[in-house]
Design a protein around this ligand. Structure first.
Ligand code: MCA
Ligand code: AMP
Length: 477
């Protein structure tokens, strides 16, 4: 079963100060499942709430593909996801841009209906993610891929019902939703979701684990497992008191973007342990992870998970040595891979090599023991900001929709807090930077908004007229 059995005592999920034990969660979700069985796909408003948890679990119990919609998405992005995914129902509070029938989800509802387990090859999730150009694409993930990934991670981290999982990551991407919610449910590890991933909230959750005894399933221990993106860990380190509160944690895990060495070292100094890193993509789920029982090696993301193989290839497809130094494109294959981009056969075919490996578009090195270090993206047009993946082309297209903007080029600039921050170089007349930022936030999503606008007279272009982004820093006014 993808999510394990619905029986059992004690806490399953707490979001903020609302919670459900395992039996109550399954029976609230069964009430949702009973209403949606047979639907092509359901869209779930991805806010951090118990409603979202019940809606997602309801979809999975019913065997109906779940389409998580970013809680901060603007109208155009939300419409794109709903139209493209073919979702027939909206699970969550009404939102602008939703013209589907709305099903209100009530976590206090109960149903004793039991549903047959859907086939492993059935679609579990359709998750939207950015490419370098164009609108976000729907990544089709099977139940088999999700289960394989979660089991391999449980093995790598000795993740068990003894762990209480803590995080406050968004419930609409792989990290917070697949690992952070479905992982907890499959492993049987109670989840404390902090709504926002702030240092203070992580520290409070660490203290709350101590007081959970009466609420924990009878089989559970009190070991803390904490998930965060590098921005979260960097903020924890800067807030010394919060970092010290995590000293009792069993395992700290970082992923979704590169963890700067000083942040890993800062965590080691404050908590007594460096985090383990793991690497993945929406399309492949997590494919590489440092094992909990292996010595920590700052800057390295570990070995291929059980069921996954990795290799490095050069620009012309030639093999790259596993010598810990030579850089190549990371390619992966195995049980955790997606089934393709929804209704995009050409993009799907282009994502795989002729001999069946998925091209990650990430540059890496591998050492003789199969440990990986990520060294960057192959394309400047793929930005990672706060752990969110954002395509430059998508932001440029949105910017060009603003009446004052004539030309736009978007880059990711190094940022101490966010890893990269989105900077937009614009040519136009009477551009009001704050209004342009709000325009993108309202159309795409809040997390895709440029953090800075630089108005310039011209963009540097080559003879073919293509913007030369590498020269853009020189265009700084
Ligand atoms: C500011 N706000 C605005 C505007 N400006 N709202 C509308 N329009 C504006 N112009 C307000 C928002 O309403 C919101 O308010 C607040 O600013 C959000 O600010 P923001 O700056 O975006 O937040 P942050 O604090 O900088 O966020 C940092 C973060 C976040 C918490 C680390 O980036 C985050 O949650 N990242 C996680 C991403 C993630 O999970 N990625 C995994 C992808 P208010 O706060 O009041 O609502 S999966 C993946 O990568 C793979 C598989 C993997 O390996 O895991
Ligand atoms: P997304 O599809 O949003 O899941 O983003 C996937 C991308 O996140 C990958 O292609 C990498 O560029 C990046 N990423 C994920 N984990 C790590 C990590 N541990 N170190 C460096 N980059 C990472």
């Amino acid at each position: 079963m993808l999510l394990g059995a619905g029986a059992g005592d004690g806490l399953a999920v707490r979001v903020g100060d609302e919670e459900l034990d395992r039996e109550a969660l399954w029976s609230a979700a069964a009430a949702v499942a009973g209403r949606i069985t047979g639907t092509d796909a359901v869209a779930v408003h991805g806010e951090a709430s118990l409603r979202t948890v019940v809606a997602v679990v309801g979809g999975l119990l019913a065997g109906v593909p779940v389409v998580p919609v970013p809680a901060d998405s603007g109208v155009a992005e939300r419409r794109h996801i709903l139209r493209d995914s073919g979702a027939a129902l909206w699970l969550g509070p009404p939102q602008e841009g939703v013209d589907l029938p709305v099903l209100a989800v009530d976590p206090s509802e109960r149903s004793s209906r039991s549903l047959p387990e859907p086939a492993p090859e059935a679609t579990a999730l359709i998750m939207y993610t950015s490419g370098t150009t164009g609108p976000p694409k729907g990544v089709v993930l099977s139940r088999r891929a999700v289960a394989a990934d979660l089991d391999a991670l449980a093995d790598a981290w000795s993740w068990s019902p003894d762990d209480v999982l803590v995080h406050g990551l968004p419930l609409f991407h792989v990290h917070g939703l697949v690992l952070g919610l479905l992982g907890a449910l499959r492993v049987g590890s109670p989840l404390l979701h902090t709504v926002r991933p702030t240092p203070a909230a992580y520290a409070a959750a660490a203290r709350a684990i101590e007081g959970l005894d009466g609420r924990l399933p009878s089989s559970a221990g009190r070991a803390g497992l904490f998930f965060g993106v590098p921005t979260v860990w960097s903020r924890v380190v800067r807030d010394g008191a919060a970092a010290r509160d995590l000293a009792g944690a069993r395992l700290l895990v970082s992923g979704s973007a590169s963890l700067p060495d000083p942040v890993a070292e800062g965590l080691r100094a404050a908590t007594g342990q460096a985090p383990v890193e793991r690497y993945g993509m929406t399309e492949s789920l997590i494919t590489l992870a440092a094992r909990a029982d292996a010595p920590r090696r700052t800057g390295w993301v570990g070995t291929a998970l059980a069921g996954v193989e990795s290799r490095l290839r050069g620009e012309h497809g030639e093999p790259v040595a596993s010598d810990g130094e030579s850089i190549g494109e990371l390619q992966v294959r195995g049980a955790t891979l997606f089934d393709g981009y929804l209704r995009l056969p050409e993009a799907t075919a282009a994502a795989w090599t002729e001999d069946g490996w998925f091209r990650t578009g990430d540059a890496a090195v591998v050492d003789e023991q199969g440990r990986h270090r990520m060294v960057g993206r192959m394309s400047v047009d793929m930005i990672k900001s706060g752990g969110y993946r954002i395509g430059a082309g998508e932001i440029e297209a949105a910017l060009l929709g603003h009446p004052a903007v004539r030309e736009a080029a978007v880059v990711g600039e190094a940022d101490d807090d966010l890893g990269q921050r989105i900077v937009a170089y614009l040519v136009g007349d009477g551009i009001d930077p704050a209004a342009v930022i709000d325009f993108v936030a309202a159309r795409l999503s809040v997390h895709k908004r440029p953090r800075e606008i630089r108005v310039v007279d011209t963009l540097p272009r080559n003879a073919m007229g293509k913007v030369q982004k590498k020269l853009l820093d020189g265009a700084r006014p």
